[in-house]
Write a protein that binds this ligand. Sequence first.
Ligand SMILES: Cc1cc2nc3c(=O)[nH]c(=O)nc-3n(C[C@H](O)[C@H](O)[C@H](O)COP(=O)(O)OP(=O)(O)OC[C@H]3O[C@@H](n4cnc5c(N)ncnc54)[C@H](O)[C@@H]3O)c2cc1C
Length: 540
Amino acid sequence: MAERERFDVVVVGAGSAGCAVAARLSEDPTTRVLLLEAGPEDTNPWIHLPIGYYRTIFDERTARTYRTEPEEGVAGRSILWPRGRVLGGSSSINGLAWVRGQAEDYDHWRQRGCEGWSFADVLPVFKRLEAYADGDPQWRGRAGPLSVSGPRHRMELLDAFIAAANQAGIPTNPDYNGPRQDGVGYFQLSIANGFRCSAAVAYLRPARKRPNLEVRTEALACRLLFDGRRVTGLVYRRGGEERTVEAGEVVLAAGAIASPQLLMLSGIGPAAHLAEHGIAVRHHLPGVGQNLQDHYQARIVFRCTRPITLNEVSHSLWRKALAGFEWALFRTGPLTVGAGVVALFWRTRPELATPDVEFHVIPFSADRPGEPLHPFPGFTVSTCQLRPESRGRLELRSADPADAPKIFANYLATETDRRTMVDGLELIRRIAAQPALRPYLAAEHLPGPDCRRREDLLAYVREKGTTIFHPTSTCAMGPASDPMAVVDPRLRVHGLEGLRVADASIMPTVVSGNTNAACIMIGERCADFIRADRSSRAAA
Ligand SMILES: Cc1cc2nc3c(=O)[nH]c(=O)nc-3n(C[C@H](O)[C@H](O)[C@H](O)COP(=O)(O)OP(=O)(O)OC[C@H]3O[C@@H](n4cnc5c(N)ncnc54)[C@H](O)[C@@H]3O)c2cc1C
């Protein structure tokens, strides 16, 4: 038995939220913080080069690839769900798009009983965490730890897409993280001086020299320890050995899959399900692992008339070398491209109050994400539904912490979800038919001109659609009166003491946009809550 250690706060998971929690708490030299991360240090160079995303997402040295259970809604397929498993978590392997979501998302959380989470409450946190040189300072932060960059690679083809969207009645929006999300424009990216700015880079790098912060990588948290209803520490595995650490408080920031899994392995969750795996029920909380949400996407691939896409760059040694020089000299060019270069947020029905679809436009194409790029010039436009109604769930596969839980994504389960996906594809085609894109458009390659009727488009969505990697809401925040709520608005697990959850899992509903910025904001707020509670305890 190894020796017992004690920290004021133990944070599990060094991802988007966990890095923010640990770094902010350790600003107070009297708070001793331990951050446990299952994956390794973020030394793999592909993490730090923006385009390296395409190399790291399915690499087991930087990511863990979960799989959804095969489901009818997606033509019996199982969908790959990579999550970052390295310092920085998914912020080290994500597509770099920097999107807060809509003000209405947070107002809706407040409406559901999450006091302190309206947009007016979270806006100052979003502002203090980012450093973005553009935009209106009423909305945007200038001096936070997380560097956000405007586009570093503009292209004639993408400008033509923006012009075509304008011709289709969708205005250009210079800042979708400003007062309104609606419109089209270049994505903002979590990039600092041409390098990826992950949560580990932004928060941990400067914090690691503090003597009161200890970061342990390749340390897998296995289960929580209790004294009655109070969490007193946890057991983790490192170097083939089980170790115990005591904590004044534990924060689970292991992400939307692992945080509910850890709760269930510790006896916190739906009692009947825990019993199926022989896990003693410590606290029946029926919402753990339920309410799973994700953004599903479907793509249209176009053949381009001219060799001006990144397909040609990827197939030419000298053009790759040129891209390397451009990056080395100016930190711009194709190597700074993320998972989307142009963003479009719009309503598929005019009566909607806010956009219900987001497009990612990328100046290259492949048959499937992650496959070699096409030998012909091509580009891709994907649509995702921003506020899906379908709800999935997670279940334990076994009581072994190393075993992946079963993921039932339950995509496309409602009529609205199916209709919105098809409407999104039709909107892409409407933009593609505008005069500004005509000189660039040779043909539609996927799904192709024969796929016209709405039922054929829906079949295509089911057969070829995939995730854009935004699972959330499996430990939803809500008031005590909500039987499915897992944490309260100060992120404390209902019915227990000394335990909080802070990551994508606490979102009551997925935000209308990419989820990284919201997760970091959640981490910042968790640190605020812990700090405030510690100082009021000290004052008492
Ligand atoms: C491939 C991909 C592309 C994406 N693209 C974008 C994008 O372009 N823009 C955007 O905004 N969002 C994007 N996202 C989503 C966004 O990055 C995530 O929503 C966000 O990073 C999740 O943050 P988190 O704190 O909830 O969890 P994570 O960042 O996933 O962190 C969880 C951490 O916990 C660790 N962990 C898990 N279990 C344990 C355990 N038992 N013990 C110790 N440690 C553990 C994991 O290894 C991981 O490091 C993408 C995600 C992926 C995977």
